[in-house]
Ligand binder design. Structure first.
Ligand SMILES: [Zn+2]
Length: 188
């Protein structure tokens, strides 16, 4: 398989997931879709597969941003004294996050700019806009396609712009979650 099309999540056994990517760098199984939102999101789609997928992926993209904030906050240096406004915005939007301390740390230079917070905010805002359009019934697969494609692209760029140790920590954190739930999150 082309390396670029292989999911980057790292499974519990330490091996990288071999599924193909569905969104950003992740397969449908490893997109961290919020469990509580699944039935609601399914209803929004009203059986139109593409709209359902857009809704599920937009919800998952918000969870990805939350993961980025969570992992960043869990790093052992404490918050930097002055963070970019986009970071503060995301923390205010997402509410309190209680990070799990990672199993092990990999040294890298943590600074406000080690995550592209502007891109992270763009992912969050675009996902919210997509969900609003779906809730309002104003979106069709065709009209939402450009925003959706942009969301996919920016998510890939966000992960690619990170230092490798931070990337690796995120891929491990994301790969860890849906193991108890193998079938329901796969979007075939
Ligand atoms: Zn995967």
């Amino acid at each position: 398989m082309d390396n670029n099309n292989q999911c980057r999540a790292v499974k519990r056994d330490g091996n990288r997931c071999t599924n193909r990517t569905k969104f950003g760098h992740f397969c449908g199984r490893h997109l961290p879709t919020p469990r509580k939102d699944r039935s609601t999101l399914a209803k929004i789609g009203k059986g139109i597969k593409t709209l359902t997928e857009i809704a599920v992926v937009a919800g998952a993209a918000i969870k990805l941003v939350e993961k980025v904030v969570e992992v960043w906050q869990s790093l052992p240096f404490g918050p930097a004294p002055r963070m970019p406004r986009d970071y503060d915005y995301l923390v205010a939007q997402l509410g309190p996050i209680y990070p799990n301390m990672p199993d092990r740390y990999r040294p890298f230079s943590k600074g406000p700019d080690s995550v592209d917070w502007q891109r992270a905010r763009q992912i969050y805002d675009t996902s919210k806009a997509l969900l609003s359009a779906l809730e309002a019934g104003t979106g069709t697969p065709e009209t939402l396609a450009p925003q959706f494609a942009q969301l996919d692209r920016v998510t890939t760029e966000l992960f690619d712009s990170m230092q490798e140790p931070l990337q690796r920590m995120l891929y491990e954190q994301i790969g860890r979650e849906p193991e108890d739930d193998d079938n329901s999150t796969e979007m075939a």
